[in-house]
Design a protein around this ligand. Structure first.
Ligand code: TTP
Ligand code: MG
Length: 380
């Protein structure tokens, strides 16, 4: 019987992600042992290996030199993070077209709450559809676990890799988990697993059978949730990550400073830290903000909107410096400085919407003249 309170949660994880992308883009690598990562000469490590290479015992985080010894025919490929990000965005797009309730865990992994999407068809049909659409739209395979909670769904997605689909029906969670190794449970790392093994607790079933007070003794505060997880109980929600609205970096000085010579390098350092955070997320923004806290704790910001969207450290630094320089005054010293970029513009394909872009640029340059002065808020 279907109860209305039962949730349908998917954990989806791409198979041998980086290696699969390399095999996708270069057909010559298909069916071959591929090692994505650094050089075997230096201290390079394996980011991931294709399933063909895993047969030789190669795994993520293994030194590349060791991997090559295990798998001499392995083809070493340097990672291409931009391409991985691009495909990740496509895959997340497929997920998002099924449900808004999605919690990405990394580039190749996400939880999806498909309870609503499964209103008019079975959750298994939704899961099959997701797998088929990821394959059709990207050429990649994704392993999917479907269960009533995140913890079981995650374990399920890993069980039949690659291209797996494991469904754990409502009410069968504990039975499904019972024979599996304790180390598969979220929160049980290799050290905990080794200690549990020494105590004769090998499987999740063994763990679930331990008396309640034992969990608190063993795991402290985490005891209750580990016990629930071992019994397949997990009500934690799929948490939609809010879109990043701004990126900033700030620093408090050991001693207050006020001269241009001292402040300029700080602005440059903060700007380059913001720039690299933006680049890592492939974001560009038009508004640069400087946050200032004076010796008397007065805190305020100045911001400027540029005609174009940027993420390079020199433009951020030059803009931030223009804003700060106007505030310098004899006797005025600063406790804290921050630099931020906001007003993100989604990457837009070239040639689209030219008139709109012109309008946007026009608005932006108007904004640059009207530098806004936000509230001066005393802190404390
Ligand atoms: P995973 O999903 O852990 O691994 P995977 O997708 O390669 O293989 P699987 O089929 O078992 O899911 O990680 C996703 C990507 O993250 C992986 O392709 C490369 C990268 N990664 C690293 O760079 N270093 C690491 O130690 C791990 C575990 C992953
Ligand atoms: Mg993966």
């Amino acid at each position: 019987m279907i109860q209305p309170s039962v949730r349908h949660i998917i954990h989806a994880d791409l198979d041998a992600f980086y290696a699969a992308v390399e095999q996708l883009d270069n057909p010559e690598l298909r069916g071959k042992p591929v090692l994505v990562g650094g050089s075997p000469d230096g201290r390079g490590v394996v980011a991931t290996a294709s399933y063909e290479a895993r047969k030789f015992g190669v795994h993520s985080a293994m030194p590349m030199a060791t991997a090559v010894r295990h798998c001499p025919d392995g083809i070493i490929v340097r990672p291409r993070f931009d391409r991985y990000r691009e495909l990740s965005a496509q895959v997340m797009g497929v997920f998002r077209s099924v449900t808004d309730t999605i919690e990405p865990q990394s580039l190749d992994e996400a939880y999806l709450d498909i309870t609503v999407a499964a209103d008019d068809r079975s959750p298994i049909a939704v899961a099959i559809d997701i797998k088929a659409r990821v394959a059709a739209e990207t050429g990649l395979t994704v392993s999917v676990g479907l269960a009533t909670g995140k913890c079981v769904a995650k374990i399920a997605s890993d069980l039949q890799k690659p291209d797996g689909l494991v469904v754990v029906p409502d009410g069968e969670e504990a039975e499904f988990l019972a024979p599996l190794a304790v180390g598969k449970l979220a929160g049980i790392g290799p050290k905990s697993a080794a200690r549990l093994l020494a105590d004769g607790v090998h499987t999740i079933g063994d763990l679930a059978g331990m008396p309640e007070p034992w969990f608190t003794r063993r795991f402290g505060k985490r005891g209750a949730s580990i016990r629930d997880h071992a019994r397949g109980i997990d009500h934690s929600p799929v948490q939609t990550v809010r879109e990043t609205k701004s990126m900033s970096s700030e620093t408090t000085f050991p001693e207050d400073i006020g001269s241009a010579e001292e402040l300029r390098p700080v602005i440059d350092r903060l700007s380059s830290s913001v720039a690299s955070a933006l680049m890592r997320k492939s974001l560009t923004g038009r508004t640069v903000t400087v946050k200032m806290r004076l010796s008397d704790f007065t805190t305020f910001t100045r911001q400027m909107t540029l005609p174009a969207s940027i993420n390079d450290d020199s433009t951020i630094g030059a803009t931030a410096w223009t804003l700060l320089e106007r505030e310098l005054a004899p006797e005025r010293t600063f406790r804290l400085l921050g630099v931020g970029v906001s007003g993100f513009v989604p990457a837009e394909p070239e040639g689209n919407d030219k008139p709109n872009r012109r309008r946007a640029a026009h608005r932006a340059s108007a904004g640059a003249r009207a530098t806004s002065y936000q509230l001066a808020l005393p802190v404390n």
